[in-house]
Design a binder for this molecule. Structure first.
Ligand SMILES: NC(=O)c1ccc[n+]([C@@H]2O[C@H](COP(=O)([O-])OP(=O)(O)OC[C@H]3O[C@@H](n4cnc5c(N)ncnc54)[C@H](OP(=O)(O)O)[C@@H]3O)[C@@H](O)[C@H]2O)c1
Length: 244
């Protein structure tokens, strides 16, 4: 299935994996609309691609804003939602507010975006959600993140059943990827984290955003794939147990 002249909407397309998805689809002559909260960031990202990328800012946690946004975006072929937020901390000590905020951004946001974009998606189109390895390979201090990843994977399977045969619904589950998600960390700490995680994996490295984007292209264009959670994780699911 070709992406030439198709319209791909990437919520989260201004940074990280979302930006790499935009780069990949544009190289295949699709046009893209990129969305997230920060208009300046979106404009900067779009300016690197030229006329084939439009911007449509939205905060996925605001239901009215998402409804207006979907009307503005209009008809599309494929929807990819990489936008998310995370909450880390020991289960016993983590306040509810950041956990609820994470579910708002990483589960209810994509849920709402998919629901509001549904009438805009053409037959043969697709929705790609994002989870992460923590749903099935938990990490210390990541209980909420593991739970929200499982929720989006469950939603993926349910929607694939309900929206077929017109729309395919899949989920990409990355392992650790060098991305803007870790921009706020101190440089040395971030490199150490990449190095130690990479060393624990069969492929001996953390991922690059481009490698995840290639998997998203497959999910978008393979006409017989739906209801799938695709692990793109350097072998994280089968890695040797780490020592505490
Ligand atoms: N990177 C990794 O190591 C990794 C590992 C496992 C899973 N994942 C998953 O892969 C996906 C993409 O990750 P990434 O590394 O590309 O993250 P990223 O670079 O931090 O991008 C996340 C994007 O979400 C947008 N966003 C956050 N809250 C939003 C909201 N309420 N409404 C609209 N946009 C919002 C942010 O832009 P604004 O600030 O402009 O809103 C940002 O562009 C996420 O689901 C993440 O959980 C990533």
């Amino acid at each position: 299935m070709s992406l030439k002249h198709k319209h791909v909407v990437v919520v989260g397309g201004g940074s990280g994996i979302g930006r790499a998805v935009v780069e990949a689809v544009v190289s295949l002559r699709a046009r893209a609309t990129i969305s997230s909260r920060n208009l300046d960031k979106l404009n900067t990202a779009a300016s690197e691609f030229g006329d084939c990328v439009a911007v449509a800012p939205v905060d996925m946690t605001d239901e009215e804003a998402v409804k207006n946004w979907a009307q503005k975006v209009g008809a599309a072929n494929h929807l990819v939602i990489t936008a998310s937020s995370a909450a880390h901390g020991q289960f016993a000590n983590l306040d509810m507010a950041p956990v609820r905020a994470m579910f708002d951004a990483k589960f209810f946001g994509p849920y709402l975006v998919a629901r509001e974009m549904l009438p805009n998606l053409s037959k043969g189109g697709s929705i790609t959600f994002f989870s992460g390895v923590l749903s099935r390979r938990p990490g210390l201090n990541c209980s909420g993140l593991g739970a929200v990843n499982s929720a989006i994977e469950g939603l993926t399977r349910a929607l694939a059943l309900e929206l077929g045969p017109n729309i395919r619904v899949n989920c990409c589950s990355p392992g650790m990827v060098r991305s803007d998600a870790y921009a706020k960390m101190e440089n040395n700490a971030r490199e150490k984290m990449y190095e130690s995680t990479g060393a624990s994996l069969p492929l001996q490295k953390v991922g690059e955003t481009r490698e995840i984007a290639e998997a998203v292209l497959f999910l978008m264009t393979n006409s017989y794939t739906t209801g799938v959670v695709l692990d793109v994780d350097g072998g994280h699911m089968i890695r040797q147990y780490a020592t505490r």
